[in-house]
Design a protein around this ligand. Sequence first.
Ligand code: NAD
Length: 467
Amino acid sequence: MPTPEAGSVRGRRAVRLSVVDPATGETFDEVLDQQPGELDDVVARAERAWRGWRADPVARTAALRGAADAVEGAADGLARLLTREQGKPLAESYAEVARTAARLRYFAGLAPRTRRIDDGRPVHSEIRWRSLGPVAAIVPWNFPLQLAAAKFAPALAAGNTVVLKPSPFTPLATRLLGSVLASALPEDVLTVVTGREPLGARLVSHSGIRHVTFTGSVSTGRAVAGAAGVSLARVTLELGGNDAAILLDDVDVDGIADRLFWGAFRNCGQVCMAVKRVYVPARLHAEVVEALAQRAKTVAVGSGLDPESRLGPVNNAPQLARVVQVTERALADGARAASGGHRLDGPGYFFAPTILTDVPPGSPVVADEQFGPVLPVLPYGSVDEAVDAANGTGFGLGGSVWGTDLDRAGAVADRLECGTAWINHHAELSLAQPFAGVKDSGVGVAGGPWGFYGNLRPFVVHRPREA
Ligand code: NAD
């Protein structure tokens, strides 16, 4: 069986990267810290594998369905490792593994459609679709497996090969996933490489890479877009978000409080399209703060391996430092913590689920992406004011509107400048929908047939009309 962690250090002592369990703060394993120079061989092998992989769509579909079965068969090992290195509760890791397999199955079922343009000329044009070549997939640490699958499943289904780089904070489950997929896919069709920023930087500027599909922060996204400019590879960027939830004055606070809370706190708030700000009519503000703070104070926080835990730790030390910093800054700016507002005692990267009120709008916890278990709840006077505030950041990933009159809520949702808007819930996605952020939240389209075609190029043949 080929090793998916290809490009290992040949003839030199391997350098290792430590992996920390965020529930304990202690190193528990390591992976290769691969060096940029190793990528020439990895990409050349991906290029060779592409020639066979692109040639047989029927075999491809079967292999991808087999890969989905293999992922489901390995769910126990994948989910446990994911919880160890990422921190999320085990039940959520199982759900993430299931979503990984679902993406493989969904995209395995798609095929490009050949179209003929017959516009009265003496020739007609036939539009066919071709794969691109080796694709670089770069993912962050919040959903390592499902975000990787959201990239490699459409890329592979379209006939490309993939070099996948996970975050150095969460490489282990991805490395295991690579081994599992290697049992179902031909050699070098999917290669997992592990390493730090220089490895990613080299991968996205490598001349053999034809599409860079990146998920991560806005600042790294800018660097990736610049680097891919060197190779002129196609670029798809799924970047940060600062989603607003606007509650209307006819909202049923009790009826929506659980959904709203989990829209913000799932995966410890480390979700690109989590609710990151809540706008509430001034007269309902105290009631909403109370409903959310009560949940934040009582939710079970602990190791993801403990079946009682609903929230795990923040994933890594730099992210915890950021969460502490934006919270302390908000408190210094005059905010009040209705719950939490501090780290939890003991080992690990735990932060108390935090509801903030009286936050000045310019404070970073409102203006930027906090990406952690901290939620500002802001009162508004008029709906126009709330919509302006919701649209008033550089981000444009998602947003939601909550109310009893669905038509009215829908009309407000129409005014949000973002890629996906929800009514009375947040962050639910269909595999068949396009997913695209606006403004700083992204470039290009992922998801559904749009994401699939994003991994193909048109090839047009003009031929004389038959007599
Ligand atoms: P990050 O940008 O720090 O890192 C993402 C990945 O890029 C990692 O694998 C990292 O090693 C790699 N990388 C770092 N420097 C690089 C470079 N110069 N060239 C190429 N690759 C490089 O992001 P993060 O902290 O891991 O993840 C959190 C961010 O991801 C948040 O902003 C979150 O909103 C965003 N995110 C967006 C989506 C989306 O779909 N829009 C989904 C999940 C997370």
